[in-house]
Design a protein around this ligand. Structure first.
Ligand code: SF4
Length: 185
């Protein structure tokens, strides 16, 4: 099964919706849970093989480039890079959960800006075309954190697609690493 070639539109829609209202980024939770739901139901990486919008975005961008792709580094395919990315993903999730709990308990203020790689603040205030006041501060914090994480990994994947083969990110994607580990068991 191959990713539908227009699936990348969902990736663009996700990031554009964040400018309409940041709370739409919570929809990205589907992209994190659906791969595992499908994995347990079908016993194979159905999401990666047929439905992942980000893979479609990498493929689409990769096809546009006019230069030759470099060979994917060996340490991406077999080496430590996938475990480094999985660790980054785990640490990010840990920070997201702990800081969201802290905001919910009133210990810290919600983050209302984006960060690259969890720690680097982006000095740009996202316009919010629609105001949704009924969201609690911890949900707003979670939304900005989640959008930041999705943005970081998507930018990394797009850069890799420009330098190496289009789906190089998939060799180190934490979702794929976890899926492979589950399938091995
Ligand atoms: S490895 Fe990651 S980016 Fe690639 S298809 Fe699977 S979930 Fe999508």
């Amino acid at each position: 099964m191959r990713n539908h070639k227009l699936l990348f539109l969902f990736t663009f829609a996700f990031f554009i919706l964040g400018f309409i209202n940041i709370h739409f980024s919570l929809l990205g939770m589907f992209c994190m849970t659906l791969p595992f739901v499908l994995l347990f139901r079908t016993k194979k990486k159905t999401w990666c093989q047929g439905y992942c919008p980000r893979a479609s975005a990498y493929t689409t961008l990769g096809k546009q480039k006019k230069w030759k792709s470099r060979n994917t580094p060996e340490y991406f395919i077999k080496g430590e890079m996938k475990w480094i990315m999985l660790t980054y993903f785990g640490v990010s999730l840990f920070f997201i959960i702990m800081t969201t709990i802290a905001v919910a308990r009133g210990i810290r203020l919600p983050m209302n800006y984006l960060r690259f790689f969890v720690v680097f603040p982006i000095p740009y205030k996202m316009p919010q075309l629609i105001t949704l006041d009924w969201f609690t501060p911890w949900l707003t914090h979670l939304s900005y954190r989640f959008y930041s994480m999705m943005m970081t990994t998507t930018v990394l994947g797009l850069l890799l697609a420009l330098i190496y083969k289009p789906r190089t990110w998939c060799t180190i994607c934490p979702i794929a690493t976890m899926s492979d580990s589950i399938l091995k068991k």
